[in-house]
Design a protein around this ligand. Structure first.
Ligand SMILES: Nc1ncnc2c1ncn2[C@@H]1O[C@H](COP(=O)(O)OP(=O)(O)O)[C@@H](O)[C@H]1O
Ligand SMILES: [Mg+2]
Length: 246
């Protein structure tokens, strides 16, 4: 089982890359796709109808804590409800995190939800977590471990330094990390030499570039679903990324 987490500012292309990664990984084996961005549209890009979210579930349990059926522990009840919130398809299951919590201490429910989320991971060959820009889940350590961290940025010095700090944050909060890679998305020309130095200074030794892909913009004019052909330049970059991951 391999856990892949995508991190980066809003609008850099996390969900675009995550969705294509999920599609391609699902050709190999089962995938749990986790949409951890409340403003995201990973489900639309994958063409999956969403059944429910962890956020809704949290609100519901907090509103009526007496709902736990007799004979079930609270944790068992949460596990069962999380299982039911998953949108299932043939090879890809989707879990939507939804809205973050409001004010107040919901420590029990949050840790119960976190536990049931972590327990799902071994059921799949791959888990892909499309994180939100705010890093809320990361600082809360919702995900205790990632085999592969994909730090996505635009090809700018500011962008690279920002994900450099996010990478540092992951380390500081103690998220166990296998490989990490900097992905520069929307690269129009060969900037490798220039950005290599900045990337190294920001702590990245592995760098991959994804081109600006006209197919993506054209497709977005017609449908919310996104399935980038393998023979496009973007598709070829996904293939390279797969080789790095597996
Ligand atoms: N390589 C690319 N080529 C063309 N358009 C892209 C590319 N990557 C992302 N986009 C577009 O940029 C926008 C933001 O991408 P998205 O994946 O939603 O970012 P994020 O999830 O990081 O907020 C979307 O409209 C998407 O279609
Ligand atoms: Mg997104």
């Amino acid at each position: 089982m391999t856990v892949i987490a995508l991190v980066g500012k809003g609008g850099v292309g996390k969900s675009t890359i995550a969705s294509q990664l999920v599609r391609r990984l699902s050709e190999i084996d089962t995938v749990l796709a986790v949409d951890a961005d409340p403003n995201s549209n990973l489900c639309d890009k994958l063409g999956i109808d969403v059944k429910g979210s962890i956020g809704e579930l949290r609100d519901e349990i907090i509103a009526d804590p007496a709902k736990v059926p007799e004979g079930l522990s609270k944790q068992q009840y949460v596990n069962e409800r999380v299982q039911r919130a998953i949108s299932e398809t043939d090879r890809v299951d989707l879990l939507v995190m939804g809205r973050p919590e409001g004010e107040g201490c919901y420590c029990f429910i949050n840790s119960a939800l976190k536990d049931s989320f972590v327990k799902l991971i071994p059921n799949y060959r791959f888990t892909v977590v499309d994180n939100e820009a705010g890093m809320e889940h990361m600082s809360r350590k919702t995900l205790p471990r990632a085999d592969v961290f994909l730090f996505v940025s635009d090809p700018t010095v500011t962008g690279i330094r920002t994900v450099g700090r996010l990478s540092q944050l992951a380390e500081d909060v103690g998220i166990e990390t296998g490989k990490k890679i900097l992905i520069l998305n929307n690269v129009a020309s060969d900037l490798s030499d220039k950005l290599d130095k900045v990337a190294k200074e920001a702590g990245f030794s592995e760098i991959m570039t994804f081109p600006y892909e006209p197919y993506i913009s054209e497709s977005a004019m017609n449908t919310e679903e996104l399935d980038v052909p393998k023979n496009t330049e973007f598709g070829k970059s996904i293939t390279k990324l797969l080789e790095f991951i597996i």
